[in-house]
Design a protein around this ligand. Sequence first.
Ligand code: AMP
Length: 284
Amino acid sequence: MQTVTTIAEVRRLTDAARRDGGTVGLVPTMGYLHEGHVSLMEAARRECDLVVMTNFVNPLQFGVGEDFEAYPRDLERDAELSEAAGVDVAFVPAVEEMYPEPIATTVTVGGVTDRFEGASRPTHFAGVATVVAKLFAIAGPSRAYFGEKDWQQVCVVRRMARDLSLPVAVVACPTLREPDGLARSSRNVYLGPAERAAAPVLHRALLAGRDLIDDGERAPAAVEARMAAVVDAEPLADLDYAAAVRADDLTRPDVLAGEVRLLIAARVGPPRLLDNLGVTIATA
Ligand code: AMP
């Protein structure tokens, strides 16, 4: 694995791969890698000739008062994990390399960003879309790998790629979980012992929502109420939202049908945790 810090070096390596007829796979991360990230890199390794992993804590997607400065970092361990996962190029730029001057151009995706994380974090998805657009322009991938863990992010990136005719397939990979169901996340390190024990309540709430749908419930409000009740029963968890929506554009139908996504966010102590689950309702 080669670790590079400049845009020019990434371009040199990806240009050479494409010149040789190879495909480039991109895995954008903010580092502090865990098994979830590794599964994305392994998927890219299986499907692409040159695998580029980017490790960049993107200041643009953090709001005022969020944890940009405190975001956990461990570049040495990240290098070991990404090398073991078969990454060819680790791009680890400084903020000055990505943003040498205050940025005047941002990518804003409407609609799908109106609710949920977009409502709680008003500048977040413009930061995500802008850095992902830059990374696409830098690496020129034909496939880019994202985790279902951040389902709304997948929807935002897919919509951006579609609207801007970007020649990239956006691949969504399943959420990796701890044995007790907690979705793996770099931010799980913020959980104290009691909070860690309480945190799987998000996954339990999603499963309860799915069970209700499996039992025939088709009203989003009823499914949402069931998920909320599970979270409300956990004293350490403070629910932000529990929603049952269409999987592709995150709008709320009158009657659940087809591809549905259950979304949940809650504070468990200081950390705000996210999770989601896909449910397919077969049409009769
Ligand atoms: P992050 O470093 O948190 O920005 O995440 C980088 C990528 O890894 C994003 O596409 C995330 O959705 C994905 N990811 C994070 N956690 C998981 C997980 N538990 N399972 C699968 N993918 C994940």
